[in-house]
Design a protein around this ligand. Structure first.
Ligand code: AMP
Length: 217
């Protein structure tokens, strides 16, 4: 089993780049944000518990996240390669992920931190639109859908995430600085951190990461 992480502030482009990488590499995409949004939509116990945290832009409790990720890996099996997006977000989650991987005889192979200036993060989040059906991510200026409000990929309806509004975004950026940023230092100290300039196009960022992945193969 191989495992890599995409790390970075909200709006850094983790989900957008992950979608491009899974199309051209053997990695499967595990986004805890996507899983939680699906759980909220389906009204599962996890969704009911997570909803209020997400609406405020706060982190969902570590135990909930770790159980959700464990169940996903158990369901899909330890074979193959995993790309985690938006997870881990705290030191406790990082430790939990190490334990989880160790249980499968695996370890983290690499961590890619997407580096983007704050003003770019804010404009990306403000213009982000997401497909309600397939989760594809667009942007009203940088990556518009061909038909306004209609997903290019599946024809579903696009919407603005309720936590992408101005009031919540400030908190999400602060939560990143306070709770997640320290993971960059943790992985740098382990020698598995790759800093990636992600201020440009999604394809340019995808290419930078794909180059590193190809060198390992
Ligand atoms: P994202 O789509 O990654 O921006 O996540 C959206 C929201 O889901 C976050 O603001 C958190 O409320 C919650 N969330 C997603 N992933 C995690 C995680 N690993 N730990 C805690 N909360 C999370």
């Amino acid at each position: 089993m191989k495992a890599i992480l995409l790390l970075g502030a909200p709006g850094a482009g983790k989900g957008t780049v992950a979608a491009r990488l899974v199309a051209t590499t053997p990695y499967r995409h595990v986004s805890t944000g996507d899983m939680l949004r699906e759980a909220v939509k389906a009204g599962t116990p996890i969704g009911l518990e997570a909803r209020a945290y997400m609406e405020r832009g706060d982190l969902v409790p570590d135990a909930v996240i770790l159980r959700m990720v464990r169940e996903r890996i158990e369901r899909e099996g330890p074979a193959g390669a995993y790309m985690f997006d938006g997870f881990p977000r705290t030191r406790a989650q990082a430790d939990g992920l190490d334990d989880l991987l160790a249980g499968f005889g695996a370890k983290l192979n690499g961590v890619f931190v997407l580096v983007v200036p704050r003003e770019v993060l804010i404009s990306r989040i403000a213009g982000r639109r997401v497909c309600r059906t397939c989760g594809a991510v667009f942007h009203v200026v940088n990556l518009p859908t061909k038909v306004d409000g209609v997903c290019d990929r599946c024809g579903g309806v696009t919407y603005q995430r309720p936590d992408d509004t101005e009031a919540t975004v400030a908190n999400r950026l602060e939560v990143y600085e306070r709770q997640t940023r320290e993971l960059v230092d943790l992985y740098r100290a382990r020698g598995i951190l790759f800093e990636v300039d992600a201020a440009g196009s999604p394809d340019a960022t995808r290419d930078r990461i794909a180059q590193v992945l190809a060198a390992w193969a």
